[in-house]
Write a protein that binds this ligand. Structure first.
Ligand SMILES: NC(=O)C1=CN([C@@H]2O[C@H](COP(=O)(O)OP(=O)(O)OC[C@H]3O[C@@H](n4cnc5c(N)ncnc54)[C@H](O)[C@@H]3O)[C@@H](O)[C@H]2O)[C@@H](O)CC1
Ligand SMILES: [K+]
Length: 545
């Protein structure tokens, strides 16, 4: 599903119109598409004709036009339909006459100044189509529209509300929301979701997003170029790595998880288990050796690489141990629970960069058996990387840190880490999530996953992919380890970085939705989310032909 700004959409429609796919045709397709979605989606639930009753709120613009056509089509499919005209439309408007000729009932607000008909209709209907305002809306709302929406808010309780293109009262460019806006159960987006809806609080009013094609695809074959996308399960299913029957563990790669410290042990387990459950052949966790006994029994499948430590954090000389064991590692996650001590900073910079300077710190406790004179390999020899959590914090303190990284690493900052990396405030970041993620992905030449509700995956090529998952069960310590582990697991199986990032983000969000289906989200732990990965994967595979 694609995302457009209002300007992009207008330009596309104009071009299609010039090429002979007229505005009238697009509106006809919009209206019939809405009707067929509603009829198909709700047919089984509301089989009795008497139960299939819908009111359309019809505004004066094209959004109202879409709505009249949809009502006409539903009327001819056997629904009981009623059109409530907010403002006068032209007497000779063919959309109005087409609707009444199909047998539809129509009332004008001027004939119902106290909304008594509206109230009665609401009490008799199951569905409400909100076609008051579309992309032409500008706030503040006129008093007439405010009073109408207020009345509907009062009378339409319990109805299934479907927004035509957007919930009326939202500015589709800025995302600004009028207080009277109806909370929709579905938003039926014409051709693409309008970008303003993918901001808060606008998104909270949209319900489920549905795409309604308006038929300009064949006239504008390259219309999708340059548009951002919503991460959809259907697309994700196509990105899953294949599982050939004659496979062996080597077929699915090896993920190395460089993580953990004396204070953060569980993080290693969460990331490692998530990587395994993504389907990877082997997970090797590179940890400060002293925490091994505490966690080794927790997941029998994980293999370990014990690194030297200083007071419980990975020590600089861990670099040589890792470099000796890179054979077959097909993706690496660095960061969860590392902490940011001096020796770990040196460890990270030397691991990432051939020019990383040796630090002065001494190694206490574990002494590596590997020789000390192994030269750091060029950073270009590192496998695909995911950089998360404390590794991001460490990098943030290094001027032009991104130059130390190979291109196309996956960085997974939450807004606080993004703030450390960019020097911007969390507020500034949250206000312009999409723009900033794209800006910095390009500047750093890295894939940026800006986490949080409506997570953005921004690629350095200027494309962004947005998750429409907004589930508070994901907002908990440890949830990020799960995401980073999943992505690393997919990378290790050979999935391309931008695809692995999207797969991880979708499955992570879906695990939150699955885990909170029948229980309170407040009680869900990241380990409950991990338990949902197999179900989530089978949902995706079930979508494959
Ligand atoms: N242009 C096209 O080719 C297509 C447009 N489509 C539909 O058309 C919509 C856009 O149509 P329009 O440009 O006519 O815009 P709208 O249907 O959003 O309505 C604009 C009208 O609302 C009034 N208005 C705007 N802000 C207001 C406010 N705050 N208070 C009171 N009145 C206000 C304007 O004066 C104008 O009369 C889309 O959202 C979509 O539903 C679809 O039919 C597909 C094709
Ligand atoms: K609308």
């Amino acid at each position: 599903m694609l995302i457009t700004t209002v300007e992009q959409m207008r330009a596309l429609e104009k071009k299609a119109n010039e090429l002979g796919h007229t505005y009238e045709t697009m509106m006809e397709m919009a209206g019939t598409g809405i009707a067929s979605f509603i009829d198909t989606r709700f047919y089984m639930e509301y089989e009795e004709d008497a139960e299939r009753s819908i009111i359309g709120l019809v505004g004066s613009g094209n959004n109202g036009g879409d709505t009249l056509i949809a009502l006409r089509e539903l009327q001819s499919k056997g629904w009981t339909t009623r059109a409530y005209l907010i403002k006068e439309r032209d007497e000779a408007d063919p959309l109005t006459t087409g609707y009444t000729e199909a047998g539809g009932t129509l009332v004008k607000h001027s004939e119902d100044p106290k909304f008594s008909t509206l109230k009665k209709w609401c009490s008799e209907a199951q569905f409400l189509l909100d076609g008051v305002l579309g992309t032409g809306a500008h706030l503040p709302l006129d008093e007439s529209i405010r009073s109408l929406l207020k009345a509907v808010n009062k009378y339409a309780e319990g109805l299934v509300i479907l927004g035509v293109d957007c919930p009326s009262g939202i500015d589709c460019s800025t995302g600004e929301v009028a207080a009277e806006t109806l909370h929709c159960d579905y938003t039926l987006s014409m051709a693409a979701v309008k970008s303003g809806l993918l901001t808060f609080p606008a998104f909270e009013y949209c319900g489920n997003l549905v795409n309604i094609p308006i038929g300009f695809e064949k006239h504008l074959p390259s219309w999708e170029e340059g548009l951002h996308e919503i991460i959809t399960p259907l697309k994700m299913a196509g990105l899953l790595p294949k599982r050939p029957l004659d496979s062996h563990k080597g077929t699915f790669g090896t993920a190395m998880i460089v993580a953990g410290s004396i204070n953060y042990t569980g993080t290693v387990l969460l990331a490692s288990e998530a990587a395994y459950r993504s389907g990877v052949g082997l997970v090797r966790a590179a940890i400060p050796g002293m925490i091994h006994t505490a966690i080794a029994g927790a997941i029998p499948e994980v293999t370990w690489l014990l690194l030297p430590h200083e007071a419980g954090v990975i020590a600089e000389s861990g670099v040589e141990v890792i470099q000796k064991h890179m054979d077959k590692v097909s993706a690496m996650l660095i960061g969860p629970g590392l902490e940011t001590e001096e020796t770990t900073r040196h460890f990270l910079t030397r691991l990432l960069s051939p020019s990383g300077k040796k630090g002065k710190g001494s190694v206490i406790g574990f002494v590596p058996t590997e020789p000390e004179d192994v030269k750091p390999k060029s950073n270009q020899t590192l496998p695909p990387l995911v950089i998360d959590a404390d590794a991001l914090r460490i990098l943030a303190d290094i001027p032009e840190w991104w130059k130390m990284l190979p291109a196309n690493c996956i960085l997974t900052p939450h807004p606080g880490e993004m703030s450390a990396l960019t020097g911007l405030s969390v507020k500034e970041i949250q206000e312009k999530r999409l723009d900033l993620a794209l800006h910095f992905a390009k500047e750093w030449n890295q894939i940026v996953i800006l986490k949080g509700a409506l997570t953005v995956v921004a690629s350095p090529d200027g494309h962004a992919y947005i998750s429409t998952c907004a589930n508070p069960s994901l907002a908990r310590a440890g949830s990020g380890d799960l995401l980073a582990g999943l992505i690393t697991g997919f990378l290790a199986q050979g999935v391309k970085p931008v695809a692995a990032a999207q797969l991880g983000v979708w499955i992570h969000g879906n695990c939150g939705d699955l885990a909170s289906e029948d229980v309170d989200a407040a009680a869900i732990l990241p380990s409950d989310l991990i338990a949902q990965i197999p179900t989530s994967l089978s949902i995706l595979r079930g979508l494959l032909p």
